[in-house]
Unconditional design. Structure first.
Ligand code: NAD
Ligand code: DAU
Length: 353
């Protein structure tokens, strides 16, 4: 059967990408989904083991920084759409090694834009280049207010600066070359398959293994949390119904101070692990703050809600329980990750805290 659309998803072996790939492969059996991923420390094909043999799915190991690889790939397959998630995604790593973020997030994105532009130059009909971005490009909020699509960019970490750079380039390719692009800027995701360098899976694992729970600074920074499958559903909506050239903000309308979130996780896990209430909280350890730590992110997602009808489906209590249950039930997933390269990084970052 000829597929009705061929979609290239980059970064599909990572956290959010794996949920997007699974959603598209299951929901659109008449599409063919190509998952292009370099399998860096953050890429894990185990995240997709349930769909790896589906006839409408192909995994392609490759690096978006490799121009020759991309040009050969785009020569052999006529893609109708690109959903671009591949990135270096962790703020702390961007402070330790900014160069990798410039290479993948900026140069890699330009390579992909060039490959798509080159392939689509004679026929833009029905084509779409979708860049998945972050709310961090807008900088940091005080105690009041929300990021909207017109908030001025003010990135403050090497990670967010690299994502802002790639957003600007995607828009520039639309204005200069007519490339049919859409961009979404999303708040903090949580859920299954998230690499345990990020706050929620790190805290779950440390509570479970009785390790210190590192809270940066005083734990007063605020993040707006969204369940990853709700983000994947938003990506499906924007890919199919978003207007070319537009940006949409995606958020959970669900703000938590880090310390309140960590305490909430402690209390849920005390019950699940049969501990005395209050026991896990004793593991909390206030550590040196992240350099340049943004105080608060909060998204106004009324545009995508009003124009495209998307909204978060899962309430945070349910999402957090579901997430904790998944990590507790998938201990071997965590163990494999912790026994490899991540362990060395983890030691380096946290041994003395
Ligand atoms: P992740 O780190 O879990 O996954 C990134 C994936 O990209 C990995 O599979 C990795 O192997 C792959 N990759 C990295 N460099 C590559 C390269 N040069 N070539 C090909 N593949 C490469 O990241 P995530 O948290 O799933 O984030 C995915 C995207 O969503 C990123 O663009 C990120 O900026 C954006 N985003 C993330 C969040 C969040 O809360 N995690 C929120 C908003 C936006
Ligand atoms: O807002 C969207 C962004 O959310 C995405 O673009 C990024 O890819 C994603 O990593 C995430 O960035 P954050 O820096 O907000 O996520 P992280 O999980 O690293 O940290 C969440 C908050 O918790 C942040 O205020 C820092 C704090 N923190 C984090 C870690 C890892 C701690 O207090 N202790 C920790 O050990």
């Amino acid at each position: 059967m000829n597929p009705s659309k061929k979609i290239l998803i980059t970064g599909g072996a990572g956290f959010i990408g794996s949920h997007v790939v699974r959603l598209f492969v299951n929901k659109y059996p008449n599409y063919h989904i190509y998952n292009l991923d370099a399998l860096t420390y953050a890429g894990n094909l185990e995240n997709l083991s349930d769909i790896q043999d589906y006839p409408n799915y192909t995994f392609l190991k490759g690096n978006i920084c490799d121009v020759l690889f991309l040009s050969k790939l785009f020569d052999t397959a006529e893609f109708d759409g690109v959903i671009h998630l591949a990135a270096e995604s962790h703020v702390d790593r961007s402070i330790a090694n900014p160069g990798a973020f410039i290479e993948t997030n900026i140069l890699g994105t330009v390579n992909l834009l060039n490959a798509a532009r080159n392939q689509w130059k004679n026929n833009l009909e029905g084509k779409r280049f979708y860049h998945i971005s972050t709310d961090e490009v807008y900088g940091s909020l005080g105690n009041e207010g929300y990021f909207t699509e017109t908030t001025a960019y003010d990135p403050r970490s090497p990670y967010s600066a690299s994502k802002a750079g790639s957003d600007h380039l995607v828009r520039a390719y639309h204005h200069t070359f007519n490339l049919p692009v859409v961009i979404t800027n999303c708040s903090n995701n949580y859920g299954p398959n998230q690499f345990p360098e990020k706050l929620i899976p790190l805290i779950i694992n440390n509570i479970k293994t009785n390790k210190a729970l590192p809270v940066y600074g005083q734990g007063l920074n605020v993040r707006d949390w969204l369940y990853v499958e709700d983000h994947a559903a938003a990506i499906d909506t924007v890919f199919h119904n978003g207007t070319v050239g537009q940006t949409y903000n995606i958020g959970g309308n669900n703000e938590w101070k880090n310390i309140d979130l960590v305490k909430k996780m402690c209390s849920i896990m005390d019950v699940k692990l049969g501990r005395q209430i209050g026991e896990s909280e004793k593991l909390i350890s206030y550590v040196t703050d992240r350099a340049g730590h943004d105080l608060r992110y909060a998204i106004d997602s009324s545009k995508i809600q009003n124009e495209l009808g998307w909204r978060p489906s899962l309430d945070f209590e349910q999402g957090l329980e579901k997430t904790i249950d998944w990590y507790l039930a998938n201990e071997s997933w965590m163990q494999k990750i912790l026994s490899g390269e991540y362990e060395r990084y983890y030691d380096q970052m946290y041994r003395n805290r």
